[in-house]
Design a protein around this ligand. Structure first.
Ligand code: NBP
Length: 482
């Protein structure tokens, strides 16, 4: 048996795993063992990067033998059955106290299940959300690990060494137990969907409202990047809009098919929100907008449905562009507010102690939604850890107040001229719903009581009531059994 020399292993050496392994190897003190089901991939990595000093393992047993204790291995394989297969293999060669980390995009309920099963063997299991794609994996991702405090003690220094750094702080924190890390990564992705859709709607509104070219809009978006909207997604949007297609000389955005793909984490965010009863309408509209864009058959069939006669008449282009910028910022605040609402609800449901301020901090670097305004979110939760809704924090309240007239003009104008802006509109409707003193939910309760005797509460006294709709329509005090 060889003397163990590696302090960390990576299992799965496709794009993400090989880049993460190189990142780990580049940090002082790390010796990285690497293993891939198909050994040719391991050999290719070793050959391409001799400087990394990787320790090659041709089998999981060799991998276990190469690691100092507690053995720590990060799995970077295809999410789903492949992850389960690799966990089973590692469990068969690891010992109690060792640590298995799943750095793939697992569904958090799978992580809860896996953690429970692996814990029974005495081995620690950590589900870690890793954001930032290929470049993040290599240069520094934002990392959202769950799992036990014991595992975090060993893992923390290693993950801190490879994470992105924002304002001097590594973008990694122990999120909570079992599936907390993958849950927060899922919300990150849901917010990412909303942010992307909102930027796309802003672009479409400006293009249709003013007739500006993608390159001209790229200049506007690039300017936005020096203000409140400063973020990675705004930065790359300017680049994409500026890109010219080499084959046709057209703006690239005009030759890309308008059908957006998805890998499922946005849908998970919405499905989970539905289970938790959290209205994440901005994120949901972003997911649905991708589905609608991809339903080419329905879109073709609907092409001649009537639209409004009027086209958008923008008199003052500069004022209009500023309206769109403000509407985008306000809608973005709502998307993040809804995402954090889901984190709060998930933490309550699954018993996680999640620091919202810390989450906003670790999203400031390395990940796709990195943005200047995340500092404001951290401030809001540090000032008031029990903040009920991010939108009500003083800074965001003021920002929404300053943006709301613009927001209303943009959403109304889009509706009047038949330009779809579902995420803008849903965010505004949510905002108005949130601040309404009374909602028509009272009528819904009346309807529910009428057809299903579902009962209702009254505004003026305690108790649960039912009206005898088919009888004399008197009200009776009812047991709340429905
Ligand atoms: P893939 O998701 O394409 O998976 C390929 C890897 O899985 C290969 O190493 C392959 O081994 C291995 N694998 C498979 Br497939 N089935 C296996 C099995 N039954 N047993 C053992 N290994 C198996 O790789 P990726 O694109 O590098 O992504 C890795 C993880 O990171 C995924 O969970 C993905 O969702 C996540 N991800 C995250 C981001 C991000 O931004 N955070 C981006 C992209 C991916 P082989 O070489 O033998 O076929």
């Amino acid at each position: 048996m060889t003397t163990p020399t590696a302090n960390i292993a990576v299992v799965g050496l496709a794009v993400m795993g090989s880049n993460l392994a190189r990142n780990l190897a580049s940090r002082e003190g790390n010796v990285v063992a690497v293993y891939n089901r198909t050994t040719a991939k391991t050999d290719a990595l070793l050959e391409a990067h001799p400087e990394a000093g990787f320790v090659k393992a041709a089998t999981v047993q060799e991998l276990a033998d190469s690691l100092v204790k507690p053995r720590t291995a990060i799995i970077m394989v295809k999410a789903g059955r492949a992850t389960d297969a690799v966990i089973d293999e590692l469990v068969s060669v690891f010992e109690p106290g060792d640590i298995i980390v799943d750095g793939g995009n697992a569904l958090f309920t799978d992580t809860i299940r896996r953690e429970k099963a692996v814990r029974e063997t005495g081995i620690n299991f950590v589900g870690a959300g890793i954001s930032g794609g290929e470049e993040g994996a290599l240069k520094g991702p934002s990392i959202m690990p769950g799992g036990s405090v014991e595992a975090w003690e060993t893992l923390g220094p290693i993950l801190r060494s490879i994470a992105a750094v924002a304002e001097g702080e590594p973008c990694v924190t122990h999120v909570g137990t079992d599936g907390a890390g993958h849950f927060v990564k899922m919300i990150h992705n849901g917010i990412e969907y909303a942010d992307m859709q909102l930027i796309a709607e802003a672009y479409d509104l400006i293009r249709q409202g003013t007739g500006k070219s993608p390159a001209e809009i790229a200049d506007i978006v690039a300017e936005w990047n020096s203000g409140d909207l400063d973020s990675y997604l705004i930065e790359i949007t300017a680049e994409v809009l500026r890109q010219v297609d080499a084959a046709t000389g057209q703006p690239l955005v005009d030759v890309i098919l308008d059908s957006a793909g998805a890998k499922g984490t946005g849908a998970w965010t919405v499905q989970t929100a539905l289970d938790l009863g959290v209205p994440v309408s901005g994120i949901a509209e972003a997911v649905f907008a991708r589905s609608l864009s991809s339903d080419r058959e329905a879109r073709a069939a609907a092409r001649d449905l009537p639209g409004p006669d009027q086209t958008w008449k923008v008199d003052d282009e500069a004022a209009f562009v500023e309206d769109v910028r403000r509407a985008l910022y306000a809608s973005k605040i709502i998307a993040y507010s809804q995402g954090f609402d889901e984190i709060i609800a998930g933490a309550k449901e699954y018993g996680w102690d999640i620091s919202k301020g810390e989450i906003a901090k670790i999203w400031r670097g390395g990940c796709i939604i990195r943005a200047r305004f995340l500092n404001r979110i951290t401030e809001a939760y540090e000032t008031d850890p029990g903040l009920v809704s991010l939108a009500t924090a003083p800074y965001f309240r003021e920002a929404l107040a300053g943006a709301q007239d613009s927001w209303r003009r943009v959403v109304a104008g889009a509706a009047m001229s038949g330009i779809p802006a579902p995420a803008f509109a849903a965010s505004l409707a949510y905002y108005d719903g949130l601040r309404a003193e009374r909602l028509p939910a009272s009528l819904v309760q009346g309807q529910r009581d009428f057809f299903g005797a579902h009962t209702y509460k009254r505004v003026d006294r305690e108790g649960t009531f039912h009206t005898l709709w088919s009888g004399d329509r008197t009200e009776i005090e009812a047991e709340d059994t429905h």
